[in-house]
Design a protein around this ligand. Sequence first.
Ligand code: HXC
Length: 260
Amino acid sequence: MNFENLLYEVSDGIATVTVNRPKALNALNAATLKELINCFAAIRDDEAVKVVILTGGGEKAFVAGADIAEMQSLDAVEASRFARLGHELAAAVEELPKPVIAAVNGYALGGGCELALCCDIRLAAENAQFGQPEVNLGVIPGFGGTQRLARLIGKGLASELIMTGDMIDAAEAHRIGLVNKVFPAADLMTAARKMAGKIASKGLVAVGFAKAALRDGLEMDLARACNLEADLFGLCFATADQKEGMQAFLEKRPAKFVGK
Ligand code: HXC
């Protein structure tokens, strides 16, 4: 696939999507958001892709936010439409039945932090910086930050980040559960590929069901969520991978999953 503002490559079942506007610290303009939406639609339909890594081009940034130069002159209706484009992308990432790992290699600010938040797992380089600096611009987060940040790290810490606009470093992001693991910058992509490769070796229907149960279940009351889990657990028994996985365990050999 060819894009103006993204790099895209697939190897060993792992797709790497790189937001690539390094001169603007990978800021998300409408064109880039649309390319990302199209890219994730193609990934959904490509059986060769099992796991996705999302990262930023250049040395400094994952994504430094929505494109301020483009946003500056929007009217209220256009701004709302722009926010909804971000929500459409977040939904495409969250509803993809394949895991998406954010490899945060620098600034993840505003819309960039929000993009990382809709991924399943966040890994960060030691030099990564996170923040929701929208109040510095007279606006609020608009790609889901008020919601996903509060759901991930709790309302109090989310309120502090969103109301002060402060940036936090990778160590602090790790401490508060915003990122899963932190690596020296030079090791980040190797670590992301290693984790992606490990997930790609599992029964991928089950991995997709786990993603759905985590995503949808957290929005339900516990009883309904456990019901959903039980239904999806049952559905796993309609797959060849369940038969292979359990048989391989009992035969004391590694499982050979087929993703069906
Ligand atoms: C457009 C951006 C940008 C952005 C950086 N650039 N961030 N352009 N939109 N979000 C551009 C700069 O204008 C500059 O272009 C080039 O990238 C390099 O940036 P510098 O500022 O020179 O780099 P540095 O001094 O190292 O500072 C890095 C930085 C700073 C701390 C990340 O760039 C910064 O504060 N950026 C804005 C971060 C932000 O406020 N993000 C939230 C946006 S609002 P030139 O042409 O001068 O070289 C948002 C809302 C989401 O995301 C919801 C929308 C609905």
